[in-house]
Structure formats: C-alpha cells, structure tokens
Design a protein around this ligand. Structure first.
Ligand code: URP
Ligand code: ZN
Ligand code: ZN
Length: 469
C-alpha cells in the first residue's frame, strides 16, 4: 500500500514547495510538485490531507538521556515513555548514550545499553559512546565500535570530576583517535575542577539555593573549556569536535573564533537556553527552582545569551538544537537529597517540545522555516551519520511530520506524554503543533492518538559524519 500526503507545503532545509509526497513501504518514492498536477492516489492508497500545513522531516534529537542511571536514581523516562513523548512532538529519531564509567569496560557498557533500549523504543534510535575512563583499552574498544555496531561518535566530559570527567591528556588521546577514525567527539565543555571550588565556597558561605547552581558555573568557565577543547582538537590533527548544550554568548564566541581558525568544530544548543533563564526559573528558589537545575546551567536574562544563541542558529555558528532530555521528577528525585543545589540531579525534560519551541523562533523572526528544519532534523542527521534521515528526499526513510502552523496549545505536565510530574514550560502557550507523524511510512501519531508500538523503533547503525570526509 502507498500513502499520499497531499496539499501541504513540503519544507526541507534547502527550500519549500507546494508538493505531494508518495510513500511506499518504509520509503519516500516521490515528491511531486502540484504545479504539474500533483500526485494522483489510486483507490487502494491511503491519503493524508495536509492542507494548510507544513510537511517536514521527522525531527532528529541527537542528545537525550532515557532511563539514565545516576547511581541512586534513574532519569524518569524509559526508552518507551521517552520515545512516545518524542513521537508526539514530531521527533522520529533519538540518539542516546552508552556510558563507560570510571574503571568500566566500553564494550560491556555498550551491550548493556543496547539491551535496555532494544525492545522499548517506538521511534528509531542510535547510541553515542561515552568515555568516562579514557585509557588504552577503552580507546581500542571504542575504535572497534564503528565496525561492530555503527557507532560513529563519542562523548567526553570536562565537567563532573570523580564521575565521568576526563583530564586534558585523556581528552587529547581520545581526540587523536577521533582525528584518525573520523568519529565525532562530543564534549561537555565546562571547567569542572574550577566549578567544584566555586561550589564548595558557595556552600560554605550558606549559598545553597538553586540559583547558585548557575552562579557557580559562570559562562567564562564554559567558554574556557570550549576554547581548550578546540585547541586540543586542532593539536590532535583537527579531530571533529561537537560542543553539547552550549548555553552562553561567551562559549559561542569561542566556537566562532575556532571556526575562523579552521577548527573542525560544531555546536548545539537546547530549547532551555533559548527560552528559560536564571532569574525566572532557577530564581524561584525551593522547591520549583530545582526543576531547572541542569548543566550547563540556565543563564541570566540580563545578559545577551538568548539573542546571541538565536543569532548563532540563524548564521549557522550553531548547527543543531537537541534537548539534552534528562527528566527527574520534582518531589521524589530533584528534591530527594535535600535543599542543596549541588545535590539536585542535573537535567531538564523536553524531548516532546523541541520542534514546537524552536518553531517559536520562526514566528519571532529569529530563524527561517528552512533553518528550523535544518537545525532540528537535517543537520543532526548529517553530523551524526544518518543519511536516510532528516530530509524529505526520494529514497529516504518516510519519517514525516505534518505540522499545523495554526494549532495553538499550552505546554503542561497535565497533558504532556513524558513520564515527568512537572514541566519546565508549564503554562507556555505555543503556536504551531504536530498533527500527524509517520515513522518509516507508518502513522504513529494521528492528532492526540498514539498508534505506534513498543519496540517498533529500529537501531540505526551510523556512518562517519558527512562533515568529516
Ligand atoms: O544537566 C544535564 N545536562 N544532565 C544530563 C547529563 C549531561 O551533562 O549532559
Ligand atoms: Zn552534559
Ligand atoms: Zn546530556
């Protein structure tokens, strides 16, 4: 059976057209401009009428943490609930992380994470490999993951000393491996050692409220780490480098300067840095401020971070918007360790709202419709080696979203699908919304109805980034 998506405006990163899309099985088989009459469905074909809507590629969220094991607690979305929420928000591919901890084995960590995700995901999924204990064996094993499992990216932490932190020497070694293999090195760029000093001093001075989470992680220490990572990537032989969850003007300037020097550097930001602030959210104090503890932290609205991040997205100094979805329930998890900002598990849930929240930037005139598609789908697919995702081209997977620009809705924990007892965006009214979602040709969301199945999502072996070779 074929499915025809007719009467919509097809939007890709490189332009828009009044066109109909024909899907056969799991793939797009034609994109037919309506000036020539459009596509003609037969009596046995399914027809989705997209009149008045944009027809866009399914979103690719390149940075999520479903059921992330933090030792004493686990992030609240399972792969099942998190991917159902993603689907409702128009995201049809997620990339999560397998995590090697200090002293742990990379291949064992990868196998364990595969087993956790495999039977649960409702949309397609892939894994990056975290290196939390870089040594010779870890690098040998990680290198083998490209061939064995189609893992084309690693993640390193310059933050969180004592947990998954790597020192500069370890980062250089890992970056050398990336320069050699073409693997993308994702880096959490914050100076963790300096931050720990500031945290200790804040606590000693009695400054324990949520806003001090941000005040002890100043933008300068994000920028310094971005600079250091970019220098190390160049020294390593121009390793492909991807800065995760970039939150500040200071860090963005470092990316811009590194690019001007020819560094092979890319960066993402997240909806929370485009929409939320230190004062309005962390500044609420206990208990609600705890909901907004994430790293990198929310920044001050009195500085120019948000305007600069939107501008960075417009001019492609920022390539991607990912969510860094890492939800923890407020009472049982965020507040479980008491009212000390440094004891609150880090993370915000948002996998369901990325397409909508970035679309608000289109309405505000920050970015174009095409750029919305590019930063939410096309660029992450290209950067992370998913050539059949992220654009509506013939032969690609039929991951398609019918997006209604006239729909208005209010984001709320009462209506979202994430397994989360609060919403970082509670009460925010958004214009635009998902109407229908196809994943490899199958309608998995129709209005409010979820039609997918647990475990239908497919593991995606990935290639080396198109930006590398
Ligand atoms: O606050 C965050 N971002 N939590 C998830 C782990 C990380 O640093 O990405
Ligand atoms: Zn991080
Ligand atoms: Zn993260």
């Amino acid at each position: 059976m074929r499915t025809f998506i007719v009467n919509g405006t097809v939007v890709n990163a490189d332009g828009r057209a009044d066109a109909d899309i024909v899907v056969e099985g799991e793939r797009i088989v034609s994109v037919v401009p309506r000036v020539g009459g459009g596509a003609q469905p037969g009596p046995d074909d399914a027809v989705i009428d997209a009149s008045g809507c944009f027809v866009v590629p399914g979103g690719v969220d390149a940075h999520v943490h479903m059921q992330l094991d933090m030792g004493t607690m686990t992030s609240s979305d399972t792969f099942e609930t998190g991917t159902i929420a993603a689907a409702h928000g128009g995201t049809t591919t997620i990339i999560d992380f397998a995590e090697q901890r200090l002293g742990g084995n990379v291949l064992a960590a990868f196998e364990q994470r595969m087993a956790e995700a495999e039977s649960q995901c409702v949309v397609d999924w892939a894994l990056h490999q975290v290196l939390g204990g870089v040594n010779e064996q870890a690098l040998i094993d990680t290198r083998s993951l490209i061939e064995r499992e189609g893992v084309a990216s690693i993640k390193l932490f310059m933050a969180y000393p004592g947990r998954v932190y790597s020192n500069d020497g370890q980062i250089l070694r890992a970056l050398q491996m990336c320069a050699d293999t073409g693997m993308m090195a994702m880096v959490h760029a914050e100076n963790g050692l300096a931050i720990d000093v500031l945290i200790e001093q804040a606590i000693a001075a009695g400054n324990t409220s949520p806003e001090f989470h941000s005040r002890t992680r100043p933008p300068e220490l994000e920028a310094e780490a971005v600079h250091r990572a970019s220098v190390l990537a160049r020294v390593a032989g121009n390793a492909p480098l991807y800065i995760v969850h970039l939150s500040s003007s200071h860090a963005l300037r470092e990316v811009t300067e590194a690019r001007a020097r020819g560094t092979n550097i890319f960066a993402e930001t997240c909806p929370q840095y485009l929409h939320l602030s230190l004062e309005d959210h962390l500044g609420q104090g206990w208990p609600n401020g705890a909901a907004f503890v994430c790293s990198t932290p929310l920044r001050s609205k009195h500085e120019h971070h948000q305007a600069d991040l939107w501008e960075g997205l417009r001019i492609d100094e920022l390539a991607v918007v990912s969510t860094d979805h890492c939800p923890f329930c407020l009472r049982e998890q965020k507040l479980a360790n008491g009212e000390l900002f440094n004891k609150v598990p880090n993370g915000i849930g948002g996998v369901e709202h990325r397409m909508d929240l970035v679309y608000q930037g289109v309405l505000a005139g920050h970015i174009s419709l095409e750029r919305w598609v590019e930063v939410c789908a096309t660029a992450p697919a290209r950067l992370f080696g998913l050539p059949t995702k992220g654009s509506l081209n013939i032969g690609n997977d039929a991951d398609i979203v019918v997006y209604d620009p006239h729909k208005t809705h209010v984001l709320s924990a009462a209506t979202h699908h994430m397994n989360l007892d609060h919403s970082a965006y509670e009460g925010v009214e958004v214009i635009g919304g998902v109407r229908t979602v196809l994943s490899r040709g199958e309608v998995i969301v129709d209005g409010e109805q979820f039609l997918g199945r647990k475990g239908r999502g497919r593991y995606l072996r990935r290639e080396v980034s198109q930006h590398v070779r």
